[in-house]
Design a protein around this ligand. Sequence first.
Ligand code: HEC
Length: 256
Amino acid sequence: MKKRLAAILQATVFLLPVAAYGYPNGTPQYVTDSGPFCASCHSSVMAGYMPELPPDVAKKELPEQKHYALVRMPTLPSPYVELTPEDKERLINKAKLIDSNSAVSITARSKVKAGGELTVTVKARGGNGPVIGIMLVDRALRYQARPVSSDGWLVTGEPEVIGQDGKIQKAWLDKRIKGTPRNLNFVLIEGERFDPERNLYPEGMVTYALKAPSAPGAYTLTAVLLYGTENTDKAGFFQRPSGRILFSEEIKVEVE
Ligand code: HEC
């Protein structure tokens, strides 16, 4: 028993620095296709993203319950116990301000021939940096959205990523192993500055080149914005629910 405990402790010591490297600051090592289900610790901006869940369970994923209730909780396991009530309210108000300044939009033509080319543009603003995450998926579903490629769309090249400074970024995509395809549905936009007093929020644009599915029909495309609201230096508390999942509207595309 003692041995097992020691082994667990040892594993924890080895695991923590990895987790601290990942949260906050997004997930710098996951340079691959992904869906919003991965962000289990993030709060959902809307309960409608989880229509499959009983309403009271879906509500628990909203910032009010998942994030702010934990901030206000007076005892452990809340990672916020060391804060004064004033600090807690300040933190919550800042998160609310960030949420109200965060948005993601998606644009594309509404019709395309089967196998034809379609350009999809995703614009995002919000969060607190230093990175934001963008995904291109089929539906605005927190646990069931799929990468567009699962619905027959082919991402034909590497997404074009433009950061807050208006410049094209390649550093994150350059982390892909040499020779492996870079036509991902997920990207991190880096170098995002944040100064709410100057109304400065992370911002970026991602352009995806798609080849339409071969089967005609009605399809939907949706963008996801993953962002944070705290940027705590206590990153060891990786269970903090201060991340967010925000979807764009679902746009309809008719494949003819
Ligand atoms: C173990 C919990 C946890 C999981 C799982 C998780 N995240 Fe996060 N993530 C966080 C926290 C906490 C923050 C918020 C940091 C903040 O408040 O500023 C965050 C923030 C982010 C940010 C914004 C960066 C920042 O520093 O604010 C991105 C992008 C992100 N996560 C992407 C992802 C992706 C993609 C996945 C799945 C592959 C994922 N996260 C899974 C905890 C998690």
